[in-house]
Design a protein around this ligand. Structure first.
Ligand code: C2E
Ligand code: CA
Ligand code: CA
Ligand code: CA
Length: 278
């Protein structure tokens, strides 16, 4: 028994070491990848439920390493956050997306852009001044942009968070709460912050019309968001049945594979031309 306990220990120690090694390696590769311009931005359409028109696009980071191949943001974003590399990466994504939006606007005026911001960027100095510089450099208007932040930011007890967020809003930039419903924020938290959009987490959309039907919960979230004058975006809509349910609950916007997967800009322009014709 003692022997097997020791083997187990070595097994876990080894696994832990592998994990640390991969993390250290990824951090190194992200730094190099930024220098070598290996990152890309893909865009996923956000559709207006009522009119079926294209409302906006969510910018999503993509990375293909020459040897490692495609690495998911689910893996590299946490490493970028822990290492502080989310600061240069986040700014790069925002700049790239605003630059691409200029071109996208030539094909379809008024399309909105939504860019993910990690709460880790707050202590790293990302702020309204930084956004203003990028807007000025690219010629994008503040009201064409919103920033998506996960609800954990609402739980941060730093009193300066509110002025950080208000700084973006002073530029006309919108604010979205991403993955809503997965954290612990409540109505009272939401009320304290200047939020324009709530993005209902995909997990709730996935369990619509299933055994543990999330319809009552989603209905409650939408009612609450509406009472606070927020717009609601349902994420991860894959099926027509999910879309029908979401629409019946008077959600404002939808996003998901049912409409389109995230795409590089050139592919998006083809998708848009096709969608706008319908
Ligand atoms: P997120 O912000 O919640 O983004 C939505 C994720 O759901 C994206 O995964 C998207 O490809 C995926 N998705 C969209 N529609 C569907 C659908 O119908 N079904 C399913 N199963 N999935 C769908 P992705 O691109 O792998 O990104 C994962 C996460 O990585 C993002 O989740 C976000 O938290 C983070 N991330 C990606 N790009 C950035 C970035 O530039 N900055 C920051 N801070 N985080 C980012
Ligand atoms: Ca997001
Ligand atoms: Ca989300
Ligand atoms: Ca997420």
């Amino acid at each position: 028994a003692k022997e097997s306990g020791r083997n187990q220990y070595h097994f876990f120690a080894r696994k832990m070491q592998d994990k640390i090694n991969r993390r250290v390696m990824l951090e190194h590769l992200i730094r190099k990848g930024l220098e070598k311009n290996e990152f890309e931005v893909y865009y996923q359409p956000i559709v207006d439920c009522r009119s079926n028109t294209l409302f906006g696009l969510e910018a999503l980071a993509r990375w293909t390493h020459p040897d490692e191949g495609m690495i998911s943001p689910v893996e590299f974003i946490p490493v970028a956050e822990e290492s502080g590399l989310i600061a240069p990466l986040g700014e790069w994504v925002l700049t790239r997306a605003c630059t691409d939006l200029v071109d996208i606007h030539h094909h379809c005026e008024g399309v909105h852009l939504s860019v993910n911001v990690s709460s880790r960027q707050y202590p790293l100095g990302f702020d309204a001044e930084c956004v203003k510089r990028i807007l000025d450099d690219t010629g994008i208007m503040g009201h064409d942009l919103s920033l998506e932040i996960t609800e954990s930011i609402l739980l941060d007890d730093d009193p300066d968070i509110l002025s950080w967020l208000n700084g973006f809003r002073a530029l006309g930039v919108g604010l979205s709460i991403d993955d809503f419903g997965t954290g612990y924020s409540s109505l009272s938290y939401l009320k304290r912050f200047p939020i324009d959009y709530l993005k209902i987490d995909q997990a709730f959309v996935a369990s619509l019309n299933t055994d543990d039907d999330s319809t009552p919960l989603v209905r409650a979230i939408i009612a609450m968001a509406r009472s606070l004058n927020m717009k609601i975006i349902a994420e991860g809509v894959e099926l027509k049945t999910q879309l029908d349910t979401i629409e019946s609950l008077s959600c404002h916007y939808v996003q998901g594979y049912y409409f389109a997967k995230p795409m590089p800009k050139d592919q998006l322009l083809v998708w848009m031309a096709d969608y706008l014709q319908k």
